[in-house]
Design a protein around this ligand. Structure first.
Ligand SMILES: [Zn+2]
Ligand SMILES: [Zn+2]
Length: 335
């Protein structure tokens, strides 16, 4: 029954070089799959469930054996789904369990909890150690994440060269995201000597594998004549490819182009449809732009309710200016 993981044990063993060995726990410890607490008896001291209890992520049934007695899902499949749920609260016990088993994807997730200080005290050293551990298992997303960590300089001192090294490792392991990041270094030219041709090479490699950001970057290169001869038609073609590949930025930009008539001739229907598509992909700028159009009746009939609806969405997606407008619109309505 207690062949559950010993999360801190495994992680601390692996991280002993980082000075966490003293915290490691005996084999009696286990992680409660119900609440994510560490426990050491037959029952979890926090939620009271017996060791090995797990909640089926498909149907919600509580189980004690390896397979859900209601729907037949295996515990492993359930834990995978739970860890990948994207919800920090829901995923926590599964992430703990899988990280304790040394799963690199779970270690990257665990790093995120340490980074945020969610469920435990913020610990940037542990966050980094988890990422490094996963990276050492040749897990490309961990190298990408490390690249961003060094690029942003929030967990560590900013180090662009180290960041590039991490992206290169990820790219060698097949990450298309990393190829795009490498391209941006050569396009930007503040860390390495600017080289638009080389940037385009990286973008094209990633674009061949369907990377939407890279398609967007190639479009921009054609629009601006970076590393290639300026070609507005090809630029449009690539913006559309990027939009079709799911880039909300590309959809938003196409919406802007068709509504402003810069580039292609003005086409309100097309512009609105690209803005709506971008909004559907979570682009808050498009949401706010739609709000503005309906508020002031630009290219559409004014519609205060529709305007408020878009501003509200944009605010919920994190746009401060949209929140301000939404609040004032709503206040105006109440008066
Ligand atoms: Zn518990
Ligand atoms: Zn089930």
């Amino acid at each position: 029954m207690k062949k559950l993981l010993v999360i801190l044990g495994v992680i601390c063993l692996s991280l002993s070089s980082a000075g966490f060995a003293d915290e490691s726990v005996s084999g009696e410890h286990w992680v409660c799959l119900e609440c994510g607490s560490e426990a050491d008896g037959d029952f979890c001291g926090v939620c009271g469930k017996p060791a090995g209890t797990w909640n089926c992520s498909a149907c919600g049934t509580e189980n004690l054996t390896g397979r859900c007695r209601s729907c037949g899902m295996s515990r492993e499949a359930s834990l995978d789904a739970q860890a990948a749920s994207g919800d920090l609260l829901t995923a926590w016990p599964a992430v703990c369990y899988l990280a304790g088993q040394g799963r690199p994807d779970a270690l990257v997730s665990l790093a995120h909890y340490y980074e945020l200080g969610f469920f435990m005290p913020k610990n940037t050293a542990m966050a980094l150690s988890c990422l490094q551990l996963a990276a050492n298992m040749d897990y490309a997303p961990a190298w990408v994440k490390l690249g961003r960590v060094y690029d942003q300089g929030e967990l560590v001192t900013r180090d662009y060269y180290k960041s590039m090294e991490c992206y290169q490792k990820a790219a060698d392991l097949g990450s298309v995201e990393a190829l795009w990041y490498l391209g941006t270094f050569y396009e930007d030219g503040s860390t390495v000597r600017r080289n638009y041709e080389k940037a385009l090479e990286y973008y094209r490699q990633a674009a061949e594998k369907g990377d939407a950001d890279s398609l967007m970057s190639i479009a921009y290169c054609y629009a601006e004549g970076r590393g290639v001869e300026r070609n507005p038609d090809l630029a449009m073609e690539y913006y559309e490819k990027a939009a079709e590949a799911g880039s909300s930025l590309a959809c938003d930009y196409l919406g802007y182009l068709y509504l402003s008539g810069e580039g292609p001739s003005k086409d309100v229907e097309k512009g609105l449809s690209w803005y709506r598509k971008a909004a559907g992909l979570g682009n808050s700028r498009s949401m706010a732009a739609l709000g503005y159009m309906y508020q002031y009746g630009i290219d559409v009939d004014p519609d205060p309710a529709e305007a408020a609806r878009w501003y509200e969405q944009a605010a919920l997606a994190g746009r401060a200016d949209a929140l301000e407008t939404f609040t004032s619109l709503d206040a105006g309505k109440a008066e």
